[in-house]
Design a protein around this ligand. Structure first.
Ligand code: GLU
Length: 421
């Protein structure tokens, strides 16, 4: 099929899907319907800059599958965002939501922009105009937005406000990841990182591995990576020996003071100049010897070139798509050495709590943080158990098992609903 999504990340998502399609023996005439997005929207987002000039940004929203309920997924603001990358992320959201048993199809949105180069008011005008352009295509029962890389609670609040202003009343259920003050849920901001830590604890338990004093490396010290690092260090007593962000990678064999690193980022914007660790080349971070490796940044960082050199016991994929298909082949050969927690399971905590937030917003009935966290762990426990059982029964890698469960559920829904007309 000729298509508009040409992009290495989309290709990677397609290659993964094709592997699953072969494994599940999905009929040929269903494969394109499952793989290509159902709807994609591209919009021009004109923004008045602080100096009076007007710049026009490209914005996208991809709704991957409509068979399971409304679509759900974050919005990414980044300097490399393409419609192909957004389509890949939307496809992964479909499999992720299905694996967790959420009543959603996958979606994702994005704007091709470097948010670090915008002032606060420029970011606000961009966020509001992007939402304005999207209004005809989304809705609380059509497509619900959430946060992703480059967006945060404040951006979600602007989205919610812009949508609500258009309707003339508050519509908190249009977006998740918003502040508690406007109908957000307790525990959404921490949810992805908390989920990552929970699954690492479960994996360590299975492997009969003690986490106290074990070492971890966290690539990407953003919302997800920093919360995960905290949980590993302060809840489990692990030593975080390496961290990184856009400014570079940092190493300290005695363990990094995670709170000090967070404070540094809050005050200075990134880790540059952090005195609690030595700068090291970014490429060396992922191949450090450690017990737990957490890629929590962009996709494709573990590839054919470095997969053979990774030296961890547990690979916890907090990012979306950190491991390429080539790397997967290497990791499968090393399955006895490296226990992989695949991305659609590992980082599912975010969208699971987004689902809780949507439910609370729809009902105007709110839960406390303990309820949110308990329910999050219950859903993750079920998904983790299902993936491990499937991998054992069919003697397949964890990623294949996770994707098989997710894709199979979408296939079933498609088949049950039938082809219209
Ligand atoms: N961006 C998150 C993810 O990749 C989820 C966004 C949401 O909560 O909708 O899973």
């Amino acid at each position: 099929m000729q298509h508009i999504y040409a992009d290495p990340t989309f290709q990677m998502a397609c290659d993964q899907f094709w592997m699953i399609a072969e494994h599940l023996q999905i009929p040929m005439n269903m494969r394109d319907r499952l793989m290509y997005p159902k709807r994609s929207i591209a919009v021009a987002v004109p923004v008045r800059m602080d100096d009076g000039s007007v710049r026009c940004f490209q914005g996208y929203r991809v709704q991957h599958t409509l068979a399971m309920g409304p679509t759900k997924g974050g919005t990414r603001f980044g300097p490399t965002v393409t419609i192909g990358e957004v389509a890949a992320l939307a496809m992964w959201m479909s499999w992720k939501c299905a694996l967790a048993g959420l009543p959603y199809g996958g979606a994702k949105g994005g704007v091709y922009v470097d948010p670090r180069k915008l002032s606060g008011s420029e970011l606000e005008r961009l966020s509001r105009r992007y939402m304005q352009e999207m209004i005809p295509f989304i809705g609380p029962h059509t497509d619900i937005m959430g946060p992703d890389m480059g967006t945060n609670e404040q951006v979600m609040a602007w989205f919610m406000d812009t949508y609500s202003a258009n309707l003339g009343h508050a519509v908190p259920e249009i977006v998740t990841g918003k502040p508690v003050s406007v109908g957000g849920t307790y525990g959404r901001r921490e949810s992805t990182g908390r989920g990552v830590v929970y699954l690492i604890e479960r994996a360590a338990h299975l492997l009969k591995m003690k986490l106290g004093n074990a070492t971890a490396v966290v690539q990407g010290f953003g919302n997800v990576g920093a919360v995960a690092a905290q949980g590993l260090a302060y809840k489990n007593g692990m030593k975080i020996i390496g961290i990184s962000d856009i400014s570079g990678a940092y190493y300290n064999e005695h363990g990094i003071d995670v709170r000090a690193a967070e404070k540094h980022v809050r005050q200075r914007g990134d880790l540059a100049g952090f005195s609690g660790a030595e700068p090291i080349p970014a490429d060396d971070l992922l191949t450090l010897r450690c017990d737990v490796l957490v890629p929590a940044a962009v996709s494709g960082v573990i590839h054919g070139g470095n997969a053979g050199k990774i030296q961890c016991r547990i690979l916890a994929e907090a990012a979306n798509g950190p491991t390429t298909v080539d790397a997967d082949k290497v990791l499968f050969e090393r399955w006895k050495e490296i226990f992989v927690i695949p991305d659609i399971l590992c980082n599912a905590g975010g969208v699971i709590v987004s689902y809780f937030e949507w439910v609370q917003s729809l009902q105007s009935f709110f839960w406390n943080e303990t309820e949110v966290v308990d329910r999050l762990f219950r859903v993750l426990e079920q998904s983790f158990g299902a993936v491990i059982r499937r991998a054992r029964e069919e003697k397949i890698p964890h990623r294949l098992a996770a994707l098989a469960i997710g894709v199979e559920r979408v296939v079933k829904a498609r088949q049950d609903r039938g082809l219209f007309p």
